[in-house]
Design a binder for this molecule. Sequence first.
Ligand SMILES: *[C@@H]1O[C@H](CO)[C@@H](O)[C@H](O)[C@H]1NC(C)=O
Ligand SMILES: *[C@@H]1O[C@H](CO)[C@@H](O)[C@H](O)[C@H]1NC(C)=O
Length: 202
Amino acid sequence: MPRNSLCKSTSSFILLLTYFFFFFIFSLSSVMVNGESQSFARTLSPESMRFKQEKITHLHFYFHDIVSGRNPTAVRVAEAPITNKSATFFGAVVVMDDPLTETPELTSKAVGRAQGIYSATSQSELSFLLAFNFVFSEGKYNGSTLSVLGREPVGPKVRELPVIGGSGIFRFARGYALVKTQALDLKTGDAVLEYDVFVIHY
Ligand SMILES: *[C@@H]1O[C@H](CO)[C@@H](O)[C@H](O)[C@H]1NC(C)=O
Ligand SMILES: *[C@@H]1O[C@H](CO)[C@@H](O)[C@H](O)[C@H]1NC(C)=O
């Protein structure tokens, strides 16, 4: 073989080697991007987890926010120096463990609790940031939760809150809650709210 041609075949061999090297690196990196080579995560079909058909559940109950008396279910835990002078209670933070019942009477059948916090977050109207979980205690819903995060101004007749998740029977839940004031004691601040919750889940 003439020297020139040897040189040529060697360089094309190196070129080929370089090509395969980059091809290998490229395919390796795409595998890593797809996550297939990672041990902490894997892709599953919903069916393999027995999540088959999504459905909508409508829940209807009454929410008792009791702030007065010997046994309040909602207590103010923090406030700003201006909170009590503010017409909108701006800066107040309240922790609640409010009972949920089947009918507007507190003595009616309990279906769960609303546990979480709300705070007055508007300086121009009475409006709250709500972050809480519904914890249900009835029948097949016992122990299951729905998580609510939203804004509730008290002005409108119907307020809407996003439901951003759930647990137990409500895994993968998402939806919304419509809230109406059933009763409000202006002297004590105690309120009964009617909730209609619509959630999509498996
Ligand atoms: C503000 O009002 C609340 C509720 O009436 C009361 O518990 C709290 O002590 C007051 N805070 C101040 C700083 O006056
Ligand atoms: C709900 O579940 C808890 C704990 O598993 C149990 O103690 C309770 O009796 C149940 N409540 C109802 C109403 O089934």
